[in-house]
Ligand binder design. Sequence first.
Ligand code: RM4
Ligand code: MN
Ligand code: MN
Length: 430
Amino acid sequence: MSYRIPEALIGEENAGRAAAQGEDYAALGRRLARAGVDVETITAKVAAFAVAVPTWGVGTGGTRFARFPGPGEPRGIFDKLEDCATIHQLTRATPGCSPHFPWDKVDDYQELTERAAALGVGFDAVNSNTFQDQPGQPLSYKFGSLAHSHKAVRDQAVAHNVQCIEIGEKLGSKALTVWIADGSNFPGQSNLNRVFDWYLESMSEIYARLPGDWRVFLEHKFYEPAFYSTVISDWGTSLMAAQALGPKAHCLVDLGHHAPNVNIEQVVSRLIRVGRLAGFHLNDSKYGDDDLDAGSIDPFRLFLLFNELVGASARGAPGFNPAYMLDQSHNVTDPIESLMVSAMEAQRAYAQALIVDREALAAAQAENDVMLAHRVLKAGFVADVSPILAEARLRNGGAIDPIAAYRASNYRKVKAKERPAVTSSTSGIV
Ligand code: RM4
Ligand code: MN
Ligand code: MN
């Protein structure tokens, strides 16, 4: 049996921190009470918040220049599940793993489901992959997949997506996420209008195969790997596609997939209005699709995003049911540590948004009191909600300080022995 962090170790770690945590939580509770906010309500909501971990995120990422593998990397989906389960064990915020096919392909999905359940995790949205060729694949995706000029390639890409749905059904997933790399590098290379027709044709075949209680998440990205035009480039294109396909199609917002300085929270607000927000791939960036850790560069943007979500939930926006997933590439950190911190940063932004006084905000907006409105909103962002996050973890059986507990467990060192390196050091996104 492979190593798992003993519950006793988490208990010991927590025991050493419990007194300080209790004091900090009580002090924050008193502070919030003065502002008319019940800390217990916020803690309960944070405790119920879940963000999925992508199975590809627990491996060391890389750039197109190089990849520097770390010790004890997962060698396959069963190892990845262990790492995902460890993240959940300590943070209690990540009960779902989002698999990617064919990367996570196995012969026996029953066995995979049982293993996940034994580890205390389940499966979230399934992701298809038609952005790279697999060994032995008959036709190449070099010039596209669902929007390829050749029908035979489109058919192959459709068949792969249908297979992903079939696998997902076995795993208990309820959504398929489709991100395609289709696009062009040269003006004139492809017909900007025709490729969208092909995409819609292909996607409607996939859509027709969705089980009744499933959704399909359309993920846009404005550039890379295509550098001149991308077929599903922005939220407008994504929304056109979702509306053409039908009510089960929704638009997924990956925070790194926008032009620089785009007001993403406003995009999200629009998608909520039309009931087509699928959810998020959370990450952070400075320049483009940098896939840095959520909240590491611009935590204010993450807060503003959650502010829209909390506002939508408070007003009971119809069909509002966003899915949350982390989508990051960890090049210089231990992926488990990065994913734990990112999950906690998502919870932090959520808690900060929850404590915003929405009535005071609406009143200031109605009176055009600009500075007051801004300060009411900012009051949420500047609040240190760390004790709430720790309390939610503690009550759910997690660690008060997940990074400290993880390091104390020597998990990575043990895994380095259990998992002799088999990976190559080639470049690539994952
Ligand atoms: C893409 C996109 C997708 C993810 C791949 C690995 O940039 O964000 O969500 O499936 O990377
Ligand atoms: Mn993504
Ligand atoms: Mn991306």
